[in-house]
Design a protein around this ligand. Structure first.
Ligand SMILES: Cc1cc2nc3c(=O)[nH]c(=O)nc-3n(C[C@H](O)[C@H](O)[C@H](O)COP(=O)(O)OP(=O)(O)OC[C@H]3O[C@@H](n4cnc5c(N)ncnc54)[C@H](O)[C@@H]3O)c2cc1C
Length: 263
């Protein structure tokens, strides 16, 4: 994780517009969208995205020769924080409804966070949700949080995203589902929003339209600056082999192949 990850003890107890439980693929993508829409967004992450067990990610669009999944997770993390997401390394242990409105979440270090809305993206953990009693579907040892396909659960203000909502077990599906849930939440919160689009200068305004909420028009100078920054960042990310060792299933032990357990 990048240096911008706070420890739970650094975090002041305050009210957030959006709290996301789980900083894996779905949670960080959802956070990217809510933060870019201007909602004050905090992610709590236990640091165990199951994607870290993948050996080489070859079916996420945009990487013709695939990408190291641990590097990919780090890049997603950096993209979220760059766009205004606050991240805390730690687990949420309990979610309950607040007396006034919204939710109170307790973390493993006894910190409490208040939030207007919560997105659960915590594959594969639902225990902390027990006090609010959402609809949960059990399938063998797995538990899935029921939703209306747009991310709303049976509890007002609580949303679900990614594998926890029983979406297909693929990274790009989890990312897309995180974005969809986030946009549902943005609309429910009455935040002015059209689409999260960056367009060339004049795309709207030369047609006599205001730039819609959530959109941005940028001129050629700004485009050139962003392209240059993007090239420099990608060169840096891919310059060296990622140092984190391969993760495997938690039931397997450290072995001569150099693998670590799943955590
Ligand atoms: C061995 C293996 C190989 C795979 N290979 C591929 C592949 O090649 N291509 C592909 O598309 N998909 C692959 N997948 C699937 C892909 O990794 C998942 O579908 C995707 O990661 C699901 O995203 P998610 O955000 O729902 O869950 P995750 O990415 O697992 O994120 C969940 C996050 O929630 C956190 N969390 C859980 N409980 C709490 C809590 N109480 N408080 C705070 N945080 C919490 C966890 O620590 C974790 O960081 C593979 C999976 C495995 C196991």
């Amino acid at each position: 994780m990048s240096d911008s990850t706070e420890t739970a003890s650094d975090e002041e107890t305050q009210r957030r517009e959006v709290l996301i439980v789980g900083g894996g693929i779905a949670g960080l993508t959802a956070a990217l969208f809510t933060a870019r829409a201007g909602l004050d967004t905090l992610v709590y992450d236990g640091g165990e995205s199951i994607l870290r067990r993948n050996a080489h990610l070859e079916n996420f669009p945009g990487f013709p020769a695939g990408v190291n999944p641990r590097l990919f997770a780090d890049m997603l993390h950096a993209q979220a924080t760059r766009n205004g997401v606050d991240l805390v390394a730690g687990r949420i242990t309990e979610l309950r409804e607040a007396e006034d409105d919204g939710f109170v979440e307790a973390a493993e270090d006894d910190d409490e966070v208040r939030a207007d809305r919560v997105i659960a993206a915590s594959w594969s953990n639902t225990d902390y949700l027990d006090p609010v009693d959402p609809e949960i579907r059990s399938a063998g040892s797995k538990q899935f949080l029921e939703d209306d396909e747009d991310g709303r659960t049976s509890v007002d203000g609580l949303y679900a995203a990614g594998r926890l909502a029983e979406r297909y077990h693929q990274a790009v599906v989890a990312a897309g589902d995180g974005a969809r849930t986030a946009i549902t939440l943005i609309h429910d919160s009455d935040t002015p929003f059209y689409h999260d689009w960056v367009t060339p200068e004049g795309y709207f305004t030369d047609r006599g339209r205001e730039v819609p909420p959530g959109c941005e028009e940028i001129d050629e100078t700004e485009r050139a600056a962003r392209r240059a920054e993007s090239r420099a960042a990608m060169r840096e990310y891919f310059a060296e082999e990622h140092e984190e060792r391969q993760r495997t299933h938690p039931s397997l032990v450290d072995d001569e192949k150099g693998r670590l357990d799943g955590k």
